[in-house]
Design a protein around this ligand. Structure first.
Ligand code: ADP
Ligand code: MG
Length: 219
């Protein structure tokens, strides 16, 4: 699905990722961790570029349309699948068929009662769950998520991660909460110093490796 070999990415003249080699097979569930600024978002954006037709990216800043309702923001996930006339109709008055199709997603996110609320009236964690809902509704074979549970409390975050895992065969996330990542994902990639520091099964990731990974953040 992804065969990155000696990939380097720079902004202007500043190198971010250098000589990264990384293979991810269809059906894998992977989390990328590492200190802030190491290039996690850059890597996910690159992966999205490489597989735009088959993937959806949950942006770190959610990228919602604040004027629209939570329902509409999720509906947008399939905007390009439907005829324009239907999209306009649903914009003016959400049709029952689409409300019922999208309702279960809001139920899994614990937000059914917020469906018709304007996104600008929702809390950060609720907005983030709407962004997750839009990616789920898109029904792509690959979900890429840039810290998709960063604003959600740990208990709820577990539920959201389960939803993401069952919504696409291949899921690649960047995450800040390492414990949560280890609990829910089988493969963990640690980025440090513009490269891959480790690429291991979650059960093989230990405290010493993590201390080493995040060392540059503190020293
Ligand atoms: P992470 O997601 O791990 O925090 P990012 O991928 O966002 O890291 O950023 C990696 C590095 O690239 C950082 O030093 C950041 O400042 C820099 N960077 C990110 N986006 C841009 C950009 N559009 N232009 C210039 N530098 C950028
Ligand atoms: Mg980032």
């Amino acid at each position: 699905m992804y065969e990155l070999d000696n990939l380097s990415i720079a902004y202007e003249n500043t190198p971010v990722l250098q000589d990264i080699s990384l293979h991810i097979k269809a059906g894998e569930k992977v989390v990328v961790i590492g200190p802030s600024g190491v290039g996690k978002s850059t890597l996910l954006k690159k992966m999205y570029e490489l597989r735009q037709q088959e993937s959806t990216l949950i942006h770190q800043d959610y990228a919602l349309v604040p004027q629209l309702s939570a329902f509409h923001n999720v509906y947008i996930g399939r905007l390009d699948e439907y005829p324009t006339a239907l999209n306009l109709l649903n914009l003016l008055k959400p049709q029952r068929r689409y409300l019922e199709e999208i309702r279960p997603i809001f139920q899994s996110l614990g937000m059914e009662e917020k469906m018709s609320d304007s996104v600008s009236n929702l809390s950060g964690g609720q907005q983030q769950r709407v962004a997750v809902g839009r990616a789920v509704y898109r029904r792509c074979p690959i979900i890429l998520g840039d810290e998709p549970v960063s604003a959600i409390d740990p208990h709820q975050a577990g539920t959201v991660l389960q939803l993401l895992k069952k919504s696409a065969p291949t899921v690649v996330l960047a995450m800040h909460d390492v414990q949560l990542a280890l609990e829910h994902f089988p493969r963990i990639i640690g980025l440090r110093d513009s490269g891959v520091c480790f690429d291991l099964e979650a059960s093989d990731v230990n405290g010493a490796l993590l201390a080493d990974l995040y060392q540059s953040e503190h020293g």
